[in-house]
Design a protein around this ligand. Structure first.
Ligand code: PMT
Length: 414
């Protein structure tokens, strides 16, 4: 269910880019560059030199990036929020665009006299620069020597382009256009099996309220779903994790949506569909909810000896996803206590799934709440067992299988 073609979308999913902006007329293009980087899935934090702020305001870049803009090295408030060393570590890449001749000179000679040069000194991640300056400045010997020195040290050079310049000169020195810069930036990162894919995963149990203090639920811990979210992220996907109530920390670089009941999970899943290429239903969703859950605690009735709850069926989330048009590649789980493969085969057809993961939950060493699992993955013309292993390992194997089938289907549908 893609609203952008997979081949070009989200090549920067999960990537964190520190965008350095230095003083020059091309600084206005940094605003557009932030948008293009974000279109490809990147999280962007802008760092501006004082000269850059003469050309474009930090507020503009803050609004577009959705992150605070960093401007000074010696600001205690900014340092308390995210210190400069932390910021240097945060980035997967520092991209300086536009990079002025002065900045390139300071960078080449190891200066640390402002925030951006200090970040470049402290960074362990790759560095890239997109120079922008007058053609004579670009051609001048000292600038060329500085650029050569930076390239020798592994700094990537994007551009510059040749053409008409703001000052009226014609020649090389223009900053590359934002769209091209964003594509080149994505090209610095290796493609992975799920690069470009948006994956939504449900995890954990749901709770169906009886009254404000009691509920019906199950033993799902969320471990399998969270492990899958991490494995999909590590395979390059942009992951949304819709989780029932669990005691697990949110994995880094994953968007988590917390829900409580099956109806909440249904709503969140349907809302996520516009941004979903692959849907994986790991959650143990309650099939039924209490018809008339009470707003006040239900009192024990004297001498009655019993109480009756009427249950009504919850919507089947994964089946509804599979019915949606256009349909994401849809993967379900089948938690069974007997004859798991047989029941899973029935569920893949009944729910209209592309793949199902049969999970025997009668065993104590796997399934609910365990750190290990063992499953059989079933699809239309095949199946594959994944032997006993940690949930992290099972998740990696599952993601490999899902990515393969998803890419095959994606190719066929064209
Ligand atoms: O969370 P853990 O402790 O790590 O345990 C992992 C797990 C055992 C919960 C997991 O591996 C698993 O098997 N999940 C599926 C649990 C389940 O509810 O299975 P089911 O056979 O009842 O449902 C079949 C499929 O339909 C599942 O993908 C389920 O998410 C989905 N479903 C079910 C009911 C419903 N109303 N909506 C749904 O989407």
């Amino acid at each position: 269910m893609q609203d952008t073609p997979l081949a070009t979308s989200l090549g920067l999913a999960n990537r964190r880019i520190v965008l350095g902006v230095t003083g020059g007329i091309a600084a206005y293009k940094s605003a557009e560059l932030i948008r293009r980087l974000k279109d490809l899935g990147a999280d962007v934090r802008a760092v501006m030199t004082p000269a850059a702020q003469e050309f474009i305001t930090p507020l503009t870049l803050q609004a577009l990036s959705g992150n605070p803009v960093h401007t000074t090295l010696l600001d205690t408030e900014a340092e308390a929020a995210m210190g400069h060393i932390e910021l240097a570590r945060w980035g997967d890449l520092i991209l300086v665009a536009p990079a002025s001749a002065d900045f390139l000179a300071r960078m080449a000679h190891g200066h640390g006299n402002d925030l951006l040069t200090t970040l470049c000194l402290a960074a362990r991640c790759p560095l890239a620069v997109a120079p922008a300056m007058n053609q004579a400045m670009w051609a001048c010997r000292s600038n060329q020597d500085n650029v050569a020195l930076l390239q020798e040290r592994g700094v990537t050079l994007f551009g510059p382009a040749a053409g008409e310049q703001a000052c009226g000169d014609v020649g090389p020195g223009r900053m590359l256009e934002p769209t091209e810069l964003a594509q080149l930036t994505a090209g610095l990162f290796p493609r992975q099996i799920l690069t470009g894919a948006r994956v939504t995963i449900t995890a954990g149990p749901t709770r169906e309220a009886i009254d404000p203090v009691r509920y019906i639920s199950n033993h799902s811990s969320g471990k399998m779903g969270f492990a899958l979210a991490e494995a999909a992220r590590d395979a390059g996907a942009q992951v949304t994790l819709i989780s029932g109530p669990v005691n697990l920390a949110t994995p880094d670089r994953i968007k988590r949506i917390d829900v409580v009941s099956a109806l909440d999970m249904y709503e969140a899943s349907m809302s996520a569909l516009k941004q979903t290429d692959i849907f994986i239903a790991t959650a143990a969703v309650a099939d039924f909810r209490v018809e008339n859950s009470q707003n006040q605690k239900i009192k024990k009735q004297d001498n009655s000896g019993s109480m009756t709850l009427t249950l009504v069926e919850n919507p089947d989330i994964v089946a509804s996803v599979a019915k949606h048009s256009p349909k994401p590649f849809t993967v379900g789980f089948a938690a069974e206590t007997q004859d798991a493969e047989n029941y899973a085969r029935q569920k893949i057809v009944r729910k209209g799934l592309d793949m199902i993961v049969a999970n025997d939950v009668s065993r104590q060493d796997i399934g609910f709440n365990s750190d290990q699992n063992a499953v059989t993955v079933i699809w239309k013309n095949g199946q594959q067992p994944i032997e006993l292993a940690s949930k992290a390992q099972i998740a990696r194997d599952l993601v490999t299988l899902i990515a393969k089938r998803f890419r095959e289907q994606d190719k066929k549908s064209g």
